[in-house]
Design a protein around this ligand. Structure first.
Ligand SMILES: *Cc1c(COP(=O)(O)O)cnc(C)c1O
Length: 380
């Protein structure tokens, strides 16, 4: 193995999380595997989630959907962010549902379907308050009207109606209730126009686990699938989710230094006592946020050791104190676990970086090898 670090992904943890979540929601589960499965490997995560009972896959782009199909993953898949110039014919041929938010996109999808002589499977998205994608206000009845006309003509089938929540970690807030009401009204408009969607969905991880009214037919699960508690717990949290990724490396250089030694660029850190410095071959190009220098810690020698000085593109320095560290010693940057007597978690890294765990996970760079545990025969 010649990579400098590995993200070890435990696919049994993914499978266990699918089971834990569906036991709470009692609905179908869409495994959201966008951004290469939040950095865990979209194809491997998709297969593990499907084996554990997920029935749908969700991705952002047509390219991501086609990557799943090219790997032989045939499960129902929804792709939801497109340019109107995208090659929708490829999605239709691949049996991928197209999330549609504007009439501009709808016309393009129908053109592609006409060329192929096959109806496109469409899921219409309403904007219920996020002001991103989805149709809001008068645009919704207009989109629904066109969709119904095209459905009658055989160009499309409207399989789903859906939306996305603004911030679902606060169940029972007036904002959540208002969004659910807006969604139900959008659904009523769609049905009264003659649409009959099989699949109605609104919830992401946080809503699915905490707000039953948002569950409808299916929940779109991202962060919880990867074992991160959507309510901010650093460990498994109340739903017993298991973090799937362990980011690890090993020490590539060690030096004993006196007090007053500058460390890394600047230097922004100068040792205040004799200590042992351990060099790690991971930097911001690999996804360690540069702002976490001086804040973050890693697991080395059975202890948490702080990263000191500036994190560079390719490397960073850890203060190991008086630990007997040697070259080759294993290091866990983050992994499952909880508490100071364990390796840090991705939730702690997100706090150190003033961001969310999603950004840490999706920021793990391409130089870090993904090793999948429990990857079984290629079924699905
Ligand atoms: C990313 C995404 C999700 C998953 O959200 P989590 O909070 O990670 O569960 C669900 N739906 C849509 C539309 C998304 O873009």
């Amino acid at each position: 193995m010649n990579t400098l670090a590995e993200a070890v992904v435990d696919l049994e943890a993914i499978a266990g999380n699918v089971r834990a979540i569906t036991s709470v929601t009692g609905t179908d589960l869409m495994a959201v595997v966008k951004a290469d499965g939040f950095g865990h490997g979209a194809v491997q995560v998709a297969r593990a989630a499907l084996r554990a009972g997920a029935t749908w896959l969700g991705v952002t782009s047509a390219a991501e959907a086609l990557t799943l199909r090219a790997a032989g993953v045939t499960a129902p898949t929804l792709s939801w962010l497109h340019r109107p110039t995208d090659d929708f014919g490829k999605l239709i041929n691949a049996g991928v549902d197209v999330g549609v938010s504007t009439t501009t996109h709808l016309h393009s999808v129908v053109d592609a379907a006409h060329l192929l002589g096959v109806p496109a499977m469409v899921q219409l998205k309403a904007d219920t308050g996020l002001s991103r994608n989805g149709a809001a206000g008068d645009d919704w009845p207009e989109l629904v009207g066109w969709a119904r006309k095209y459905e009658r003509e055989g160009g499309i089938r409207v399989r789903g109606v859906w939306s996305h929540l603004i911030d679902a970690d606060l169940p029972g807030t007036p904002e959540l209730n208002r969004q659910v009401a807006t969604f139900e009204e959008a659904l009523r408009i769609a049905r009264s126009a003659g649409l009959d969607p099989d699949l109605v969905h609104l919830a992401n991880s946080a809503a699915a686990l905490s707000a039953p009214r948002t569950r409808f037919d299916l929940c779109r699960i991202g962060i919880a699938l990867y074992g991160v508690d959507p309510f901010g717990a650093s460990g498994p949290g109340e739903f017993g989710l298991q973090a799937a990724m362990t980011l690890r490396t090993s020490v590539v250089n060690v030096k004993r230094v006196p007090a007053g030694t500058g460390v890394s660029y600047g230097p922004e850190h100068v040792t205040d006592a004799p200590t042992t410095l351990a060099l790690l071959p991971l930097g911001y190009a690999d996804g360690l946020p540069r702002v976490t220098g001086g804040r973050a810690a890693v697991w080395l020698g059975g202890r948490r050791c702080p990263i000191v000085g500036r994190i560079a593109m390719d490397q960073c320095v850890v203060d190991a104190g008086d630990l007997p560290v040697t070259i080759g010693d294993p290091v866990v940057v983050f992994g499952p676990g909880e508490g100071d007597q364990n390796p840090p978690t991705v939730v702690e890294w997100a706090r150190w970086a003033d961001t969310n765990p999603h950004e840490i996970l999706t920021g793990i760079g391409p130089r870090v090898a993904r090793d999948h545990l429990h990857e079984r025969a290629r079924i699905s």
